[in-house]
Design a binder for this molecule. Structure first.
Ligand SMILES: Cc1cc2nc3c(=O)[nH]c(=O)nc-3n(C[C@H](O)[C@H](O)[C@H](O)COP(=O)(O)O)c2cc1C
Length: 318
């Protein structure tokens, strides 16, 4: 009889999930097709709101209930959803877990917690982490600058940020940025995280709704094939290297209009029409796999990596 590998952490206990693996919220991408696949595979699917399309999101949350009976969450991307009724919106949908990002953690935390939700805030620095803990969050998504999407212009790598934050706070930590498989997950757990969040790997997944041109570009990418944009503006952005993004890389600051024609990029595969937000870890992604395969392989490889590390300890003479 084979025994399915399990990783139990504060995150699996708190959220009632099987594997401490969270799918990143991503505008237009993190909808029910992808998120239900993640929840059904034992991770935590998250529905985005950064598209600002709250009517569509309402339908997506209803679909989640049809597609899975497992837990899932919603992200409130504060920069994009400034509508003060967003908290009522999320509470009315019966959501139990929320991540807030790109904004002040004091804005929604108490209101969400008073309604009985579990709240994690996304942080790119230690000071942001301490501020979020002060605001009363239940946990943190600690996001390194190698990840795809919106970034602090003063980016810090996951390898530096996760152990730094873990050494200063007691709340559970989800590590994000650069994680795509079992070895990177094992690394994140060793650094002090209780779970991981995958963005770019989930963009590339079979159930991701983006055009195959983007998925193929992730598979073809080397580790140097992303650019960091807006280093002297705000917010910073990490996107796939294309002719267009390479040109923008030289600009001191760019406007959010440079995200371009997102439907064309995301769903028609016209990658030069805007920015395909992608992390450096694209350089480690070698094939398009189903979410179930990604999660199963990640947990199995994470066990193997930690066993290997443990075996090295056993060989060390005292
Ligand atoms: C296409 C894309 C869109 C994203 N949109 C959001 C978002 O709406 N809200 C958010 O908190 N993070 C967003 N992010 C960041 C992810 O949540 C995640 O933390 C990041 O992708 C992790 O790094 P990785 O790409 O190396 O896995 C986005 C990332 C990508 C790749």
């Amino acid at each position: 009889m084979s025994v399915e590998p399990v990783i139990r952490t504060r995150l699996t206990e708190l959220l009632g999930i099987t594997h401490p693996i969270v799918q990143a919220p991503m505008g237009w991408i993190a909808r029910s097709q992808l998120a239900s696949a993640v929840s059904n595979a034992g991770g935590l699917g998250i529905i985005e709101t950064s598209s600002g399309e709250l009517d569509a999101i309402r339908v997506e949350i209803r679909k989640m209930r049809e597609l899975t009976d497992r837990p899932f969450g919603v992200n409130i991307a504060q920069l994009f959803v400034r509508d003060p009724s967003i908290v009522e919106f999320v509470v009315e949908q019966g959501v139990r877990f929320v991540t807030t990002s790109a904004g002040d953690p004091r804005k929604y935390t108490q209101q969400l917690k008073a309604a009985g939700l579990t709240v994690f805030h996304v942080v790119p620095t230690l000071s942001a982490a301490l501020k979020a803990v002060d605001a009363g969050v239940d946990g943190l998504v600690v996001e390194g600058g190698e990840g795809g999407g919106f970034k602090n212009p003063r980016d810090v790598a996951t390898m530096v940020l996760v152990p730094l934050v873990a050494s200063k706070v007691d709340v559970p930590i989800i590590a994000a940025g650069g994680i795509c498989d079992g070895v990177s997950m094992a690394g994140a757990l060793a650094l002090g995280a209780d779970g991981v969040q995958m963005g770019t790997r989930m963009v590339s997944a079979a159930e991701s709704p983006v055009h195959s041109n983007w998925k193929d570009a992730i598979v073809a990418a080397s580790e140097t094939d992303t650019v960091f944009l807006n280093r002297f503006g705000r917010p910073g952005l990490r996107a796939l290297r294309t002719e267009r993004s390479e040109r923008l890389e030289r600009e001191e600051s760019i406007g959010l209009n440079e995200l371009g024609d997102m439907p064309a990029v995301y769903f028609r595969g016209e990658l030069e029409k805007g920015l395909a937000l992608t992390g450096q870890v694209a350089g480690r992604i070698e094939s398009i796999e189903s979410v179930a395969t990604i999660l199963e392989a990640t947990v199995r490889e994470c066990h193997a990596a930690l066993d290997r590390a443990h075996a090295m300890l056993g060989r060390t003479a005292l």
